[in-house]
Design a protein around this ligand. Structure first.
Ligand code: ADP
Length: 382
């Protein structure tokens, strides 16, 4: 049976505990990756190194005896010295820790460090010591710089691609118009000369291919134009939708579609771009109708904390879940041209418009039939 003897808590054990703690602290001090140092502050305001850890010696390439007991003026070279002394004075006068970023040309290479210095005061409020640490942020800064350079390059490439897309689609329209005009002339001439049906049939193919190319070029042009001349303004969303419905009046009448529009708010938006979005979503909602039922399109709008959420819901043929992402990519179509005409650009235009509005766009299944295109518009557009 053990008994608690006075010796267990005696002077010897206490010294032993302190020694062990000291060993643990020195181990941490010398194995930590950050540079740590302590400076004695003399009565005449000089700063003398009293302790530095192994990381300090590794980073500076100095020996312990070249630092300990030395004045910072003899260890830190100019121009860093003047800046560093200024921060020491601020820490002492404000009685708080001070931090700053420092670029130092060490013998081991130039390092960027986040330096932090904290003053220690005695009972007379005199600063006796400064404890400092330097966290090496060289890698993260270099990485950030590389990332910035890459981003600039990507932005430049993006701009070039956009320009190329614009010029290509714009310039290709001209020769295409010429082909279409001469095809038309040729068709009339063939008809007048009662030429056999074969040549006319071939001409039909040319005409339908050029018409399709024109639709694609128009889509590419529309896509490229988004974001070129932006004007953010307060607009009545109801008016925007009404204009779209006027433009689609022919299709709505032909398909006998019912379009339900709720009360819509006035919002800060890119009006002409948002009009393109409604044009595409309502247009698609009618185009991808089911032959089994009358077309019904419903628009909904809800206010949320930081954004507006809108939906364009249809009772059409619907979209398989596996294509929910893909339909927003350029030139992605789920149907053959014979089934439903289109360019595969409409939804990518919608995505670009919603990106401009700091929002999200996605599609869900509507119950019991059709699709629900949801999108959000940020309230914080500037
Ligand atoms: P387009 O309609 O010109 O083909 P979009 O980019 O507008 O191009 O749409 C991409 C594809 O997504 C369409 O080809 C169609 O397959 C599908 N889609 C779009 N809207 C709907 C909808 N409301 N219902 C069913 N399918 C749709």
């Amino acid at each position: 049976m053990s008994t608690t003897t006075p010796d267990r808590f005696g002077k010897e054990s206490y010294t032993q505990i302190l020694k062990e703690k000291d060993q643990i602290l020195s181990l941490i001090y010398d194995t930590v990756g950050d540079v740590i140092f302590a400076l004695n502050v003399t009565a005449s305001g000089e700063y003398i190194f009293s302790s530095v850890n192994q990381s300090f010696l590794n980073a500076t390439g100095l020996q312990r005896e070249q630092v300990i007991g030395k004045n910072v003026k003899d260890v830190i070279p100019e121009p860093s010295l003047t800046e560093v002394l200024g921060h020491y004075e601020t820490a002492i006068s404000t009685k708080s820790s001070v931090s700053w970023e420092e670029i130092t040309p060490y013998p081991t290479g130039t390092k960027i460090g986040e330096v932090r210095i904290a003053p220690v005061f005695d009972h007379n409020e005199n600063c006796k010591m400064l404890i400092g640490s330097v966290h090496d942020i060289t890698d993260s800064r270099n990485y950030a710089k590389k990332l910035e350079v890459s981003m600039e390059k990507i932005a430049q490439k993006n701009y070039e691609l956009e320009q190329m897309g614009y010029v290509t689609s714009h310039d290709l329209s001209e020769p295409l118009n010429t082909i279409q005009s001469f095809s038309m002339l040729l068709k009339n001439e063939l008809k007048e000369s009662h030429h056999d049906g074969k040549a006319l049939k071939h001409l039909e193919f040319i005409t339908s291919a050029t018409n399709r190319m024109q639709v694609l070029l128009k889509g590419m042009l529309d896509y490229n134009v988004i974001g070129k001349q932006l004007e953010l303004k307060h607009s009545d969303l109801h008016e925007v939708v009404d204009h779209v419905l006027e433009d689609l009046a022919g299709t709505i009448m032909k398909e006998e579609a019912e379009v339900i529009v709720p009360d819509l708010p006035s919002l800060k938006i890119y009006e002409s771009e948002l009009r393109m979005l409604f044009q595409n979503l309502i247009g698609n909602a009618i185009k991808y109708r089911s032959p089994d039922r009358l077309v019904k399109v419903e628009i909904t709008c809800q206010e949320e904390k930081e954004r507006w959420k809108l939906e364009v819901i249809d009772n059409g043929i619907g979209i398989d879940e596996e294509y929910f992402e893909r339909v927003f990519h350029v030139f992605q179509r789920l149907h053959k041209q014979k089934q439903f005409e289109g360019s595969g650009i409409g939804l990518s235009i919608c995505k670009k418009v919603i990106d401009l509005h700091d929002g999200q766009i996605w599609v869900e299944k509507n119950s019991p039939y059709g699709s629900k295109f949801c999108f959000t518009i940020s309230k914080k557009l500037i």
